[in-house]
Design a protein around this ligand. Structure first.
Ligand code: SF4
Length: 308
């Protein structure tokens, strides 16, 4: 393993991969979920078999090798992992004396309606919660998730509790055909959800063929994804309405493939700068740690990077 510098990025060469030394780390606690979204990126032909000891060992090793700056806990639905709090305790120990600025939980939020569970999350090392919530109408949201998702009252209660504890909450929304695919519908979402979160992130749904998902998900996401031109146009039109929206003092982010764009400059400009795929010469900014302890730069535990 060598440490090298290219332009401003310090990276480590691990096998054929160049990985940024200042790392974003995604922790996939479990690939399972109690919901059944048709576009779910976590639905792959085979799930990684859990190996807690290896997971723990590779977590510590990752922090030895890299300067981890940001952690996102992902799924599947991490809150249904039977070791959820045990893993958070380990994480708390790993990050002490480190440079980690954020530990973010990304969740469908369903388990957070349990107040005891929410209190334990607040007392953990997590400081931000991102709740995936696809439509401002709960009935439609339930249909999308195929589950009894949080009501607006429950979202409000959770948000209030998080604010009281100096934590932030973001709603994550996917934009795709027939779901918030017009400026009016995006505005409706914002109007309905203003006051229930610090930030709303609109991400374009993408075809998942590059992510090793099952054929039904690939077929569905191919059918409903907007083209890059369509999404760019939609975002640009939506950005023109943001002055009105920002009166609520919320921050409204738009997301492209890799980063949140806050409205400071033309969305088209930023969106156009983003490449669709990595190539091997690109320095990898993010690694994912799977439940079996594999580290990967992709949405698949199969292609892994070995640190040990
Ligand atoms: S809530 Fe998330 S992890 Fe669960 S099925 Fe939907 S997209 Fe997949």
């Amino acid at each position: 393993m060598n440490t090298e510098t290219t332009q401003k990025v310090v990276y480590k060469q691990i096998g054929k991969y160049s990985v940024s030394n200042e790392l974003f780390l995604d922790l996939i606690f479990t690939e399972k979920c109690q919901c059944n979204c048709k576009f779910c990126i976590a639905k792959t032909p085979e799930y990684a078999e859990e190996n807690f000891e290896r997971w723990k060992k590779n977590l510590y090793k990752t922090f030895e090798v890299f300067d981890v700056r940001n952690i996102v806990i992902l799924g599947g639905e991490s809150t249904i992992d039977k070791r959820f709090f045990e893993k958070l305790d380990i994480l708390k120990d790993v990050i002490k004396d480190k440079n980690v600025s954020n530990v973010i939980l990304t969740t469908n939020g369903i388990v957070l309606r349990n107040k005891t569970f929410l209190t334990k999350v607040i007392n953990s090392c997590i400081n931000t919660i991102n709740i995936s919530y696809m439509h401002y109408d709960k009935k439609i949201n339930d249909l999308i998730f195929q589950a009894n998702t949080l009501s607006k009252e429950e979202l409000k209660e959770i948000y209030k509790t998080l604010c009281e504890n100096d934590m932030t909450m973001r709603l994550n929304v996917n934009v795709y055909k027939n779901n918030l695919d017009t400026v009016e519908e995006m505005q409706n979402y914002v109007k309905n959800m203003a006051g229930l979160c610090n930030e709303i992130k609109f991400s374009p749904l993408m075809p998942t063929n590059m992510f090793n998902t099952v054929p039904e998900v690939i077929e569905y996401t191919n059918k409903v994804s907007l083209s890059k031109e369509e999404i760019t146009q939609l975002y640009d039109n939506f950005s023109k309405t943001c002055k009105i929206i920002s009166e609520n003092d919320n921050v409204f982010g738009l997301v492209n493939y890799k980063e949140v764009n806050i409205y400071e400059q033309s969305v088209i400009l930023k969106y156009a700068q983003v490449e669709d795929t990595y190539d091997l010469n690109t320095v990898i900014p993010t690694l994912k740690l799977y439940p079996n302890g594999n580290l990967s730069n992709e949405w698949s535990y199969l292609k892994h990077i070995d640190l040990i």
